[in-house]
Ligand binder design. Structure first.
Ligand code: NI
Length: 182
């Protein structure tokens, strides 16, 4: 898809991309404490939206550790950012499962799941791809291939930029500090 093309002239970082037409939209999900969470709750903050699943062997933990580090690097600016992790594996990722998983990462990250329909709607809003497939090498017997972008959304819930999987926290902090300046 054209919106994922590699940036050619980003002054900030090669993993920072400003193109993302039509990304974002409403969602109503359930957090790791069982509370209902909607996108409109974050209107006075920026959101950093990431989709993944708690049994992910490598990709999701890597990015969540960078987000954890990012929140430390942001210092007092961290209050302006709401990092959200949305499960693409709602059957397995119950709120209880999210809560256990969340304990590995920054307590500022909101972990979200929902019914398959609710998740489908959120994925569709963010144009996220995920496909469950058999994986005999995994203890669970399956894995979920999924796109792994970190979407930075502004205070109006509108797309601002996205970062590629594996973007170091330092690079994200630079972009985000600049973006959230009043
Ligand atoms: Ni993952």
């Amino acid at each position: 898809m054209a919106i994922w093309r590699q940036p050619t002239s980003s002054a900030v970082s090669p993993s920072f991309v400003r193109e993302g037409v039509g990304i974002g939209g409403p969602f109503m999900l359930t957090d790791q404490n069982g509370g209902k969470v909607s996108d409109t709750q974050f209107r006075r903050k920026w959101m950093l939206v990431y989709f993944g699943f708690t049994s992910c062997p490598d990709v999701c933990p890597t990015d969540l550790l960078q987000i954890t580090r990012l929140m430390d690097l942001l210092g007092s600016d961290a209050d302006a950012l709401a990092p959200l992790f949305i499960s693409v594996d709602p059957e397995r990722d119950t709120p209880e499962q999210l809560k256990t998983f969340a304990s590995n990462f920054s307590p500022r990250i909101v972990f979200l799941t929902g019914t398959p329909e609710e998740i489908k709607q959120a994925m569709s809003a963010y144009k996220v791809y995920a496909a469950k497939k058999e994986d005999k090498a995994s203890a669970l017997g399956y894995t979920v291939d999924h796109s792994a972008f970190l979407y930075l959304m502004d205070r109006d819930g509108k797309y601002y930029a996205h970062f590629a999987h594996g973007t170091p926290a330092e690079e994200m902090a630079k972009v985000i500090k600049e973006a959230i300046k009043p």
